[in-house]
Design a protein around this ligand. Structure first.
Ligand code: GDP
Ligand code: MG
Length: 301
């Protein structure tokens, strides 16, 4: 993707000075590590706040937001440059329709991503939801089957609607930790990541409040109930994930049309079958033929 395609990231100047300073520091840190382009893929169910996050990060209303899940059926790429750094964010339609994962939507997303490189996956859901179920697991599984489980090494769980008062006398931190634990468990199951692998490189969870009524601190930055300025915090978490390792996902024809990238091992199954045929079955058949030949005519004949 040519950096020249991106428009100047003007929205960053709409942020309060404190946020701008932090963002420029983070972009500087990335550039120091030779990361001059970041492509972020935003995915999740419909209506969870994916498009709103794109608008919040860019600092402009660049993609349509809807309260009624009448989303654009196609992905949208928004590209902005700032001080020699290019930020690409890809907003996608929700992956669920009528209670099921919509495979067609996933196919359209993959096709759109052809020849692009995904550096970061934002898996979006709401903080103020109280259950996780099999559908969540199916969504995670669809993403894993589509792009390979490696994508989770570059993944973040992002929870919107983070300005809430927890029910049942729970503290904010307690509520957040329970909700993220439940979701991370589902991600681990859907992505078939081993428990110890996730302990070694955990998937971070970042909180977001897209509402215009989000509380602000004395520097005019939007803050969560725990006082965190969430825009710089989200970008910092993204930066940490990029710099902590893992590989970007290159979307080529093979990834789109090839077998499930997690099933590569299964390609050897026909080879094993052929081996068995020639070296085991053929040999047994030979022994049987020899046996028959040696036996000659049975005595009763
Ligand atoms: P998408 O379908 O995942 O792209 O979700 P949208 O960004 O279109 O948002 C769906 C609805 O939720 C819209 O009415 C948004 O205004 C609202 N919304 C999104 N994020 C937040 C948030 O963090 N807080 C609140 N209060 N509303 C949000
Ligand atoms: Mg949307």
């Amino acid at each position: 993707m040519a950096a020249s395609l991106g428009r100047e990231w003007a929205g960053i100047q709409q942020f309060p000075a404190a946020t701008q300073t932090k963002l420029h520091e983070l972009l500087g840190k990335l550039k120091q590590e030779k990361v001059t382009t970041l492509t972020i893929l935003v995915m999740g169910k419909g209506g969870v706040g994916k498009s709103s996050i794109v608008n919040s990060i860019i600092g402009e209303r660049v993609v349509p937001v809807s309260a009624f899940q009448s989303e654009a059926p196609r992905p949208i790429l928004v590209s902005r440059t700032r001080l020699g750094f290019t930020l690409n964010i890809i907003d996608t339609p929700g992956l669920v329709e009528g209670g099921f994962v919509n495979d067609q939507a996933l196919r359209i997303i993959k096709e759109f991503l052809l020849n692009k490189t995904i550096d970061i996956l934002l898996y979006v859901d709401r903080l103020d939801a109280y259950r996780v179920d099999n559908l969540d697991r199916q969504v995670v599984k669809a993403i894993t089957d589509g792009f390979g489980k490696e994508i989770w090494r570059r993944g973040l769980v992002v929870l919107t609607h983070a300005q809430l008062s927890p029910p049942d006398g729970l503290s904010y931190e307690e509520f957040f930790s329970r909700r993220s634990e439940a979701l991370l468990k589902v991600v681990r199951l859907g992505a078939r990541i081993k428990k110890q692998d996730i302990q070694n490189s955990p998937i971070p969870v970042a909180l977001v409040e897209n509402s215009g009524r989000c509380n602000k601190n004395e520097n005019d930055e939007k803050v969560l109930p725990n006082g965190t300025a969430w825009i710089p915090n989200l970008i910092k978490t993204i930066t940490d994930v990029v710099l902590s390792g893992g590989r970007s996902i290159v979307v080529d024809r093979k990834l789109i049309e090839g077998p499930n990238p997690n099933d590569k091992g299964k390609l050897v199954i026909p080879l094993i079958a052929a081996f068995q045929y020639f070296f085991v079955i053929k040999r047994i058949q030979k022994w049987i033929r020899e046996d028959i030949a040696q036996e000659g005519r049975p005595s009763w004949a």
